[in-house]
Design a protein around this ligand. Structure first.
Ligand code: GRF
Length: 207
């Protein structure tokens, strides 16, 4: 059973997708704690409605990024979390966090990395004029959206799409891909392979 901690900053729709999959019996996991750096994140209330323990830990309450991360780590460890999902979490985690959960922090990003890393990847895709974009689930490393890729999925950009139209199409695929990727984690099928300078994720075949 995957013991998950989920970090959010906003509406938490990816968190809801995880909870829905768990409730449907399609994801062998349990969400032990949801933490948001934003006290008013709608995802906190939605998680609480479903009986999931929640915490708001503001990064403003800590003098440094490292101190903030140490507070996150303490809260997650206290409830036995062994994998962490960044689901719409808008903070960059530091090595303090990554050392506590080595190769066990998963992020969902709304582009086909390495294209369009960082903030508002959906707007970047529309501005660039790509015809196909997508979403990526990856292990988090010390960079921004640069960690080893677990899974990707493509989403078309339609004529006349503005940022919101594309984001609405992308988010549906993000939910599916995130649950699929976490299923691989739950099945113990991920293997991190060092390939020279860049680590990669190999997916072990089904037995
Ligand atoms: C999603 O597009 C996610 O990929 C990005 O933040 C957006 C909001 O996610 N990181 P959520 O609805 O809060 O899960």
């Amino acid at each position: 059973m995957l013991e998950l901690g989920v970090l959010i900053s906003g509406r938490g729709s990816n968190l809801m997708a995880i909870l829905d999959a768990i409730d449907a019996g399609t994801l062998d996991a349990r969400v032990r704690l949801v933490i948001s750096n934003k006290k008013k994140a709608a995802g906190l209330a939605k998680a609480a409605e479903r009986g999931i323990p929640t915490l708001a830990i503001s990064h403003r309450e800590h003098p440094t990024r490292e101190a903030f991360d140490a507070a996150l780590v303490a809260a997650l460890r206290e409830v036995g979390v062994d994998w962490v999902v960044l689901a719409g979490f808008m903070r960059i985690v530091t090595p303090v966090f990554l050392q506590a959960f080595p190769n066990r922090v998963v992020n969902i990003h709304p582009s086909l990395l390495p294209a369009f890393p960082g903030v508002d990847a959906q707007a970047q895709a529309v501005a660039y004029g790509v015809k196909v974009t997508g979403c990526t689930v990856h292990l988090v490393n010390e960079g921004v959206d640069t960690g080893p890729i677990i899974a990707q999925s493509t989403v078309p950009v339609e004529e006349g799409d503005d940022r919101d139209a594309l984001a609405d199409r992308l988010i549906v695929e993000e939910h599916r891909l995130l649950v699929e990727a976490l299923g691989l984690v739950a099945a113990g099928r991920l293997e991190v392979v060092e390939h020279g300078a860049r680590a990669r994720v190999a997916i072990r075949p089904l037995p």
